[in-house]
Design a protein around this ligand. Structure first.
Ligand SMILES: [Fe+2]
Ligand SMILES: [Fe+2]
Length: 434
């Protein structure tokens, strides 16, 4: 295989996979239409595993070649899926790298090979492999640099999304937490591929070298296709949870230097019995199961030993009694109301957070940046990230509306939180909070 020419070809074709195959029978092969291959997006980062997902424009198989050496010498090759048959697809490919070392830099590239024709397994023909550029990442771990960024409520608004991920590329964190409401209403896989893997923006390669740690918002449960979102945004590795917690696919707890990074899923923003859900909501049991998971995660020796513990979740966990959000706690069934904060998640999770000495919760959902400082009966900070609106909302000009990148890093043994207002290109918050 001439990897040089393939690399060149991969570079030329990479990054423009917005149009999926128009063939009426895409699973019969690309039929000579050149395959387009998107930039890889690192997903579900952990201490020993890393997901890699990428967009394709037609029927193809894919592998990831990875090594600790920049020239990929002694590289290993990981295939899609687990044991048995390797999955192929027409829109996206997912590969999970396993048995990695914590806090270790790896180099990798994707190799994608189209099926030109696939009548049956005895009568199928492969095209030329397309090899991506070499990218890199560092696995999570207590010896890793404690530096993260958070984006949220991006809602496929490409102008503000570009501002956010452009800032993230500049800040170069170890991990990017995408704190929900990435989507709006998702009716097909192509929409999800565009949002998660191939956005129409200049910085579409942001996830190739910075792992994305996703946590759903309420909108990420909406639409007739969205229950299949793990086809494009990989959930946590199954080995991270016990068998009886098999369906807690999105909760994470891992070390990033002195930080414990903990991810919770607040679910939808109205009660399960709300008529809008057509009986499809089962979030109350989900939040309870996560409380049990959280209780156990917080006493895990590696998590308990972390100097700072941060909880990430989409819907805020708290509103002060004198705050206008307070009456909207998401508990009662009301056709005109929804959760501005979740009393249910608060009552289940906050006592555990309090007991474990959690430093801060970083939330989203309200499309308006705010910081709730600790009080006598709540020892943790709550930050709420901004939304996609740039200087205005439905009622008109509103300077309080701006998208944010919330940056957290440990400097000289202290935790610094910086909220970047990426619309006005200013700092909205910058303090050592612990
Ligand atoms: Fe939102
Ligand atoms: Fe939301």
């Amino acid at each position: 295989m001439d990897s040089q020419s393939l690399s060149r070809r991969g570079f030329l074709l990479a990054g423009a996979a917005t149009a999926l195959t128009s063939s009426a029978t895409p699973f019969k092969g690309t039929q000579g239409v050149p395959l387009k291959v998107g930039f890889p997006c690192l997903q579900a980062p952990a201490e020993n595993t890393m997901g890699v997902s990428w967009a394709i424009s037609g029927l193809a198989k894919g592998v990831v070649e990875y090594s600790e050496s920049a020239d990929l010498s002694n590289a290993k090759i990981a295939k899609s899926g687990g044991y048995g048959l390797v999955p192929i697809d027409i829109a996206s490919l997912n590969v999970r790298l396993e048995n990695l070392k914590p806090a270790t830099k790896y180099y990798y590239r994707t190799i994608t090979t189209p099926f030109i024709d696939y009548k049956n397994i005895y009568d199928a023909k492969l095209g030329e492999p397309i090899v991506s550029e070499i990218h890199s990442f560092t696995t999570m771990g207590a010896a890793s640099a404690a530096h993260f960024c958070v984006i949220n409520d991006t809602h496929a608004q490409w102008k503000s999304f570009e501002m956010c991920v452009g800032k993230v590329k500049e800040l170069k964190p170890q991990v990017l937490v995408w704190n929900g409401d990435a989507t709006n209403t998702t009716q097909d896989k192509q929409t999800a591929v565009e949002i998660f893997l191939d956005p129409p923006i200049a910085s579409k390669d942001y996830g190739a070298d910075i792992p994305v740690c996703f946590e759903s918002g309420n909108h990420d449960f909406r639409g007739s296709w969205i229950s299949k979102k793990e086809e494009v945004m990989m959930p946590r590795h199954p080995a991270e949870r016990r068998g009886d917690q098999w369906d807690l696919k999105w909760n994470f707890a891992y070390r990033l230097g002195d930080l414990a990074m903990i991810g919770m899923d607040t679910g939808e923003d109205k009660p399960d019995g709300h008529p809008k859900w057509f009986g499809l909501a089962n979030f109350e049991a989900y939040r309870k199961a996560q409380a049990k998971w959280l209780e156990e995660a917080l006493v895990r020796p590696d998590i308990a030993a972390a100097k700072f513990k941060i909880v990430f979740c989409h819907i805020p966990l708290f509103a002060a009694k004198n705050h206008p959000d307070y009456p909207h706690d998401g508990v009662k069934i009301d056709p005109n109301d929804y959760a501005y904060w979740s009393r249910e998640c608060h009552d289940l999770w906050a006592p555990l957070m309090e007991k474990a000495g959690v430093t801060a919760a970083i939330c989203a959902h309200k499309h308006r940046f705010r910081c709730d400082r600790p009080t006598a009966d709540r020892k943790w900070f709550q930050f709420v990230g901004g939304g996609p609106e740039c200087g205005k909302d439905r009622k008109g000009v509103n300077p309080q509306r701006f998208p944010t990148v919330i940056e957290g890093k440990v400097e000289n043994g202290r935790l610094r939180i910086i909220a970047h207002d990426v619309f006005n290109q200013r700092i909205a918050f910058d303090e050592f909070i612990a």
